[in-house]
Write a protein that binds this ligand. Sequence first.
Ligand code: BG6
Ligand code: MG
Length: 221
Amino acid sequence: MSPIQACLFDLDGVLVDTAVYHYRAWKRLARELGFDFTEEDNERLKGISRMASLDILLEIGGLAFNENKKRELADKKNEWYVEYILQMDPSAILPGALDFLQACRARGWKTALGSASKNAPVILRRTGLSPHFDVVIDGNKTSKAKPDPEVFLLGARELGVEPAACVVFEDAAAGIEAARRAGMRCIGIGSPETLREADRVVPSLQAVTVDGLAAWLQTEC
Ligand code: BG6
Ligand code: MG
């Protein structure tokens, strides 16, 4: 297997805990539409695009709308979500994330963001994470959402690194599938039950070191 030359990171749930804000905003929309939306339902929305998330939400509520109305609902959810994320600051960065990003650079590995979110620029700015990436690919630069591999393939291309020399960090099943379809190795962040397809699963970036990762991938993958 190729030695690691680059690490690609999902944003929501890997570097920052924004899942709670997505959940709050979707729940508020569901309440307005007259049904309940649970934390368990929210798991199905992780990693997928805003419009695909809305489709799942409406399916849960047993509702159907035309495209114009759906766009209006998604915009409304996003306005609430943006209100929440505008309150974020560097304290929202998840444990271990900053240290790991810095360690990657120190080891000579390139770093990229590979996120489905169109709000990634706001989050990167509010948390001060921007300078830690060589390349940023987000929902504004892609046309196909995860589990399509586009976001990670674009990241590798902009970094000038072959997919086989990339490692992806992901907290969502859709993102892990995207990494695998891109031909990249993938570390799941979260629970092994939901991230079964990852090469390895850890509870957070706090549990990973660059030396440990390099050694482990060389022997196992
Ligand atoms: C992903 C989140 O990172 O971004 C999803 O896990 C979200 O929950 C998706 O739907 C799109 O985000 P946004 O900010 O463009 O609505
Ligand atoms: Mg995520």
